[in-house]
Structures are given as C-alpha cells and as structure tokens.
Ligand binder design. Structure first.
Ligand SMILES: [Zn+2]
Length: 410
C-alpha cells in the first residue's frame, strides 16, 4: 500500500454528556485519509517525527487499499483498547463519504441505539467492527458525521511516556497560569478560585494534558509555555468542545431525561440548599415547572444562584437528570430581575429607646409608651446583589461541550 495523507485535522467529537452508560468523556475520534494537495501543515509530533496533514483532498484512497487500511485500524484498536474495563465497548467504522450531519446532531443531543446505528451503517455500505456490546460504533459513526463548518474549537493533546502511565502527572501550574494569561484564545486552562489545573485529566490514561482553544497557532505557542514531565508525543484535534452543541431550546413540558436544554422561565421557588451543599430553585414557563440544581462541585456558582428570587426571569442551560427530573445547570442567563420588597425593622422611639409599633401597612409607626409618631414606610425595595447577564460554572466543573462565556463574547 502506498502512503496516504491525513486530510485536515483529526476530529475529537464529544457526544451526549448525559448518557448514563457512557465512558468517561463520551468522546470519539475520526481521521480522513486520502491524497492531499501541496498545501500541508504540521499538526503534531510522534516518535520525534513531524505529523503533517493536507488542507484539501485531491483524491480518495484506492479501493484496493481498503483492506489494508482496515487492518491497520483494527490492529490499533485491538492493541490499545482497554476492553477489560466493563464500560469500554469500542468500535470502528470506515466510510467512503461523510455521513449526514443530522446523525451527529442526534447523537450529541439524544439517545441513539446500537441497532439503529448498525442498520444505518449497513445501508451506507460501511465497513465496521464492534467489540463487546458494540456501543463504540455509535460514537465512531457520529465522529465521521460531525463537520467543523458551523462551530469548532481545537485541542492540543500531549501524551505521556509509556513508563509514566498510571503515575502522578507532573505539569507545572505556574506555567499553566502564565500560558492562560498570555494565550487569550485558549480556554478552560486554570481555575483560579478553586486552584485547579484543568489541563490535566483525572483518569489514569496516557494523556498528559490538553490545551483547548480557538486558534491553532496560539495552541502551539501555549504548548511551548507549559512546563511538564517529558512529552512523548502531541497532536492537534479539531473538536466540537466548547460549542454548546448538546443544548436545545425547550419548553418545560417537552423536556426529556438525558437531554440537555436551554429553558426560559421565571423563578417560582426561591433557591434553597439541601444536604450535600446542592442549591435548588424552580422555574416555570407556560407549559410547566422544573427544578434547577447547582450541585456542590459547581462551587462559587451556587452563590450566584442563591441571589435569585421568585419573579426573576432566567434562561437555564444544562443537562436533564431523570430521577427526579431536574436541570443540572452549566450556565444561567439572568434576563430580568424582579423588584423585591422587604419589611424594614420598626424604628426606635427617640424618647424611649424602644421599637415603635406599626399602625398598619404604609401608615407609619407610633410609640406605645409616649405616643411619638414616625411615618417612615414599612417596606423598602430590596437591593439586588446580582446583575442581569450570563453566569457559568467555574472551570473546574466545566463540561467538555459547554461553551465558555469567553467564547460567547468573542
Ligand atoms: Zn416613646
């Protein structure tokens, strides 16, 4: 077989984050192969070799090479997949043409079955192989269906030397903060409030760190700023991370569990804190009401939520939990603040030093002892401690797909 080019960037595609049986990040990758034009760009380094890709496809791979390509993919999956883990159900798919974008849309927002994926693949005459329960076929098919043409970001992923796998990662936080400050188009690098280095994954996987951003050139600059243990290899992916692709505008009555929604409504139950530190309030639209939750790991975001009152108009962004049916908030937009009145403390009589009695709503006060009067109003407009606008969970609690406010205002 002759050598082929990687066309464009490899794609790292995140799928519905609310699927209960997902693997950790619910991600899939896809690569387009073919013969490319002369216009090439470096996208990474593996074994001290530059990895380059072609920006445009000039010719598809020869049919006679399909089998060998498939063998390479199969071997790669079988050698590297952790099939002993019960949640790892890999699959790979080879398709001559990109599958329909709507298929990706469905997999990022809803639940897609293995059976429907297999029958679709058969109808597309795809070459595919699934392992164990074959669930990985769903992600693999969607990763091909995703197109970066609408919205996209990039992630530069660096990998550890094999001997380091499973051990504690050494990535210098000070250098990550420096990178965060000097590379403005990167996002979700460091959580200053919670002192959390978000570049570094928690799982014992071979990834050393990932830098997310909007600009490829700046990612390479950022990569040079971050100080760490030796990097074995690195590669830049084009991704749907940070795009809010999982969210759909919904009326409350139409909300389904395991989806993610943007719901506009007015607060009908003031925020309260339950055991575990989770903060809950309820919103209502013309179709129903639903509870919205800021879970404990969202840290300071809960203090924003606690400032809401009944009557405020908000748009809530988040994943829908099944039991009970609640919205796990990722972001909130405060559209309108209600005017809240509060009763003020009864004034003190200047003669007697005792609190005066109210004569009735808005009729002033009178001292029971000496009869002195005061016509101060008994209620006052409460000063609100929150402004209209967007608020998001801190970086340490951010989901892969959530669009950071930093990207929304760019
Ligand atoms: Zn008095």
């Amino acid at each position: 077989m002759e050598n082929y080019d990687i066309i464009g960037y490899p794609h790292l595609v995140r799928l519905n984050p609310n699927i209960p049986w997902k693997t950790r990040g619910n991600g899939a990758v896809s690569i387009q192969l073919g013969r490319g034009g002369k216009n090439k760009t470096k996208i990474g380094e593996i074994d001290d070799r530059d990895i380059v890709s072609s920006l445009e496809l000039t010719q598809d791979i020869d049919k006679s090479d399909y089998k060998e390509v498939k063998n390479i993919v199969r071997e790669t999956v079988e050698v590297n997949a952790r099939t002993d883990d019960e949640n790892t159900n890999p699959g790979f798919v080879l398709l001559e043409k990109r599958s329909d974008f709507e298929l990706y849309k469905k997999t990022v927002t809803q639940i897609v079955s293995i059976d429907e994926t297999k029958s679709l693949l058969r109808s597309l005459k795809a070459d595919f192989e699934g392992y164990k329960n074959c669930r990985g076929l769903i992600g693999a098919t969607s990763a091909i269906a995703w197109s970066p043409s609408r919205d996209k970001t990039y992630e530069l992923i660096s990998y550890r030397q094999r001997k380091k796998w499973g051990s504690r990662r050494d990535v210098d936080s000070v250098s990550v903060k420096n990178m965060d400050i000097s590379c403005k188009t990167t996002f979700d690098n460091y959580d200053y409030d919670n002192e959390h280095n978000r570049l570094v994954p928690n799982s014992p996987c071979p990834i050393l760190y990932g830098i997310r951003g909007d600009d490829v050139k700046e990612l390479v600059k950022a990569f040079k700023i971050v100080k760490s243990e030796p990097v074995d290899s690195w590669l830049i992916f084009e991704t749907n991370q940070g795009t809010d692709n999982h969210l759909q505008k919904k009326n409350i009555a139409d909300i389904q569990p395991y989806q993610s929604a943007i719901i506009k409504g007015s607060v009908v139950k003031n925020p309260y804190t339950i055991e575990g530190g989770h903060v809950i309030f309820a919103i209502e639209d013309y179709t129903g009401t639903i509870d919205c939750v800021a879970y404990e790991p969202t840290k300071g975001f809960r203090n924003i939520v606690r400032k809401l009152y009944v009557g405020d108009v908000v748009e809530v962004y988040g994943g829908v939990r099944r039991h009970p049916l609640t919205v796990n908030m990722e972001k909130i937009k405060v559209n309108h603040l209600a005017t809240i009145y509060e009763k003020i403390e009864n004034p003190v009589c200047p003669n007697c030093g005792k609190h005066m009695k109210s004569k009735g709503r808005n009729q002033g006060y009178k001292c029971k002892l000496c009869g002195a009067k005061n016509d101060k109003p008994s209620i006052t407009e409460k000063q609100r401690l929150i402004q209209p606008g967007f608020y998001e969970v801190p970086v340490c609690a951010r989901r892969h797909l959530s669009k950071p406010l930093k990207r929304m205002y760019r």
